[in-house]
Ligand binder design. Sequence first.
Ligand SMILES: CC1(C)CN=C(N2CCN(c3ncnc4sc(CCF)cc34)CC2)S1
Length: 495
Amino acid sequence: MAGFRDREKQFFPLQNIQDVVKLFRDQLTCGEEPNLSLLSIVLGVIENILTVNRAIPTEVDNSANLEPIFPVVELHTIEALYSKFESHIKRSVDLTKFPGPHATRELVKHVSDVIWGSLTRSFYKDKAHLQSLYSFLTGNKLDCFGVAFGVVAAFQVLGYKDVHLALSEDHAWVVFGENLAETAEVTWHGKGNEDKRGQPITAGTTEKSWLYLNGYPVICTREMEVSSIVSGINLAITTTMDSVELGSLQQELLWLLYDMGHLKKYPMALGNLGDLEEITPSENRKKPIELFQEAIASSQEYYNNQHVYPYTYLGGYLYRKQDYNGALQAWADAASVIKKYNYNREDEEIYKEFLEIANDLIPSMMKHVAGENAARIHHTSLLYNPESYANFLRFYDGICEWEEDSPTPVLHITWAKQLVFSISKFDISVRIGVDLKGENGDGDESEDSEDDENSSGETKDKNQNVKEESSRNKTDGEDGEQNTTKARGRVGRQK
Ligand SMILES: CC1(C)CN=C(N2CCN(c3ncnc4sc(CCF)cc34)CC2)S1
């Protein structure tokens, strides 16, 4: 029957989050490799019950909606799916032709074909909950990450230790061979792009390419491959509601992996944990801001600071907390990373990220602060803050440099219109570099202070002009309606 040892069997049936955590902890500390297929199937079964096949009780007993519901995961369910995967892979791959301890490119392509060949032709590849082996085994559907993970899990079933998952911020492939020196595409990317399965990922492909992180992808260990499927748990019941129980499970498992050091080199998983902690803070655990900063430090230390998402995780968080100065700095740092890349047609995801920041989040932020009269009168608003203005300009400068030498244009009229709208909200004093508070430290107070009695007429006039100009600017501001962002709620609370 299934390759289960009594070790795994002792944890079943899984009746609650702690039972799942104990199974994962055992798999990660038992001295042997964690069983990727087993863990992916377990997470897929639980995710499916808590999101896809969620039988929400009728109005009659609506109290049930508030009771935590956790599925009981029986051993026989998991064993049946595991042995189906194991026998499908072993039956489809004749290893007698591949004697060596390391995988070969031919074998990697063949295993990718076996997974690929089992997928139903017509399914909407962008759908949710298609990332696990549960989806593969029960619906013959996988998303692009799921195909890459499935290939790695298949190689583990075949007894190979050298085939590992390589992850960028929007793509996945595999490394293999002696010293993991070889790379191969094993899945597709995006829409309308021919898949390049079997091909190596060459320096020519990765250079200045965000999709391949300029040659600095996350190269997973077996434990980091476990981190990737935990991080990939999809909480969505609908577009506006997440499963609370599934979120708690993901959070507990990510902390387990964090404590064991398996998120250290995985910035996106650290960011994911930061998002979960923002929604449901754990006692005696690091704060979201610390986790986002650890993700940035991880990218700086292990990936030559070539990753963008650590900064946009932080920027999004600070924006939601209405720390707009901090958000502008994080977004300027994100643009300072992307400017080293050339934008090409397969980079749409990061384009959409910067588009939303420039044409939605920053304009909303400017409207909000334009309405803050107290802050404006006391010049504490970011509209008077030269550092915020500098970060604002650095953000746009990075996007312009990103576009330079790129085969695909980035900016268009909407970007220009939103730039004019946003930049005009900054006070004239920061835009022309006049220090209204006379703190410019060069001793020549009369030049800058507004209320200096003996300042010369023209200085007064100039200051007077500046004041009038800046006061005119203020009236341009839109009424500062509070800009609320969609908080990501969980079931029971609308997002
Ligand atoms: C700041 C953000 C917009 C918030 N969520 C973000 N993501 C959510 C989680 N993501 C991820 N999280 C963990 N691992 C991976 S591997 C991968 C590439 C396809 F395989 C994506 C991704 C992608 C990025 S970036």
